[in-house]
Ligand binder design. Structure first.
Ligand code: GUN
Length: 280
């Protein structure tokens, strides 16, 4: 069997960002604007937000970061979002998760105007996604589909299994794969015979946040394996897939780091440009 290929999300994300920068430059006029709201001082969130800021700057997107104290009331946060909704220089709004326990992420998602909802978390965008309509859809799943298409992975007619049913990755990715004519199973902690199900997958996506949870025995030889997990361990950053043992038997696999991770920011910028073009 041919050696498996390692799908470099990092390389692809760079290309996507470069193309966006060119497109912004070509279209000209008022630059796209992204507002990122961060509540509290979660260290990982701070790192992500500063990476988003930097990526915006390089692409020619104006970014503004709204930093709110962890004790801010939900009402104050909603007022802030309302003012960003009305700000005509802001095309995209994102509220970094996780939020403190006293704030409802669902309420916040519903408060952002659907046409500025670059996370794709607003119920209107979720509905549009499942109905097969155009809209703004979650960045990581959109990036995964784009990476697979870019890598000439056959999605049409494929048996796809996603392990993990989150609103950010598992569920929206299921909808996107369905739109591409895959047959989709969405597996989770109550799934019986997970290993048997995974072994039938032409496309296996792991998004559970459990280091090296997906073993060699779970893999159909030649399958495409997409690893969304990233956990900090004593041995460094580790994905949900036991890479060293899985890579030799699969057809294609995303590494951790350098696989799915970089796609999230690239497609956040892509969603921002999409919103900007609609507003422009
Ligand atoms: N925290 C972790 N991933 C995400 C994401 O995709 N969007 C937002 N807003 N917060 C996150």
């Amino acid at each position: 069997m041919a050696e498996s290929s390692v799908l470099s999300g990092r390389k692809f994300a760079k290309e996507v960002r470069r193309n966006l920068a060119e497109e912004i430059n070509r279209i000209g006029g008022r630059p796209p604007g992204l507002a990122v709201v961060i509540v509290g001082d979660d260290p990982a969130s701070r790192v992500y937000v500063s990476m988003k800021e930097k990526a915006c700057g390089k692409a020619g997107i104006d970014s503004v970061v709204v930093r709110l104290d962890g004790s801010v009331s939900q009402q104050k946060l909603l007022l802030q979002i309302d003012s960003l909704n009305q700000d005509t220089s802001v095309d995209g709004i994102l509220c970094q998760l996780p939020l403190p326990g006293h704030i409802s992420a669902d309420t916040v998602a519903s408060a952002i105007l659907p046409e500025k909802d670059v996370d794709g978390f607003h119920p209107e965008n979720v509905g549009r996604l499942w109905r097969g309509e155009d809209g703004l859809f979650p960045c990581t799943p959109v990036g995964i589909i784009a990476l697979m298409k870019h890598s000439n992975i056959d999605i049409d007619g494929a048996d796809a299994v996603i392990v993990g049913r989150s609103n950010i990755v598992g569920k929206p990715l299921a909808a996107l794969l369905l739109r591409e004519n895959a047959t989709v199973s969405l597996a989770h902690s109550h799934t019986s015979d997970l290993e048997g199900l995974c072994r039938k997958a032409d496309i296996l996506v792991a998004a559970v946040g459990r280091p090296r949870f997906i073993k060699r025995e779970f893999i159909k030889p030649g399958a495409t394996v997409i690893d969304v997990g990233i956990s900090r361990t004593d041995e460094g950053l580790v994905g949900d897939v036991d890479f060293d043992n899985v890579a030799p038997i699969c057809g294609a696999i995303t590494p951790v780091p350098g696989g799915v991770g970089p796609l999230t920011i690239a497609f956040l910028l892509s969603n921002t440009v999409k919103a900007w073009k609609r507003n422009n």
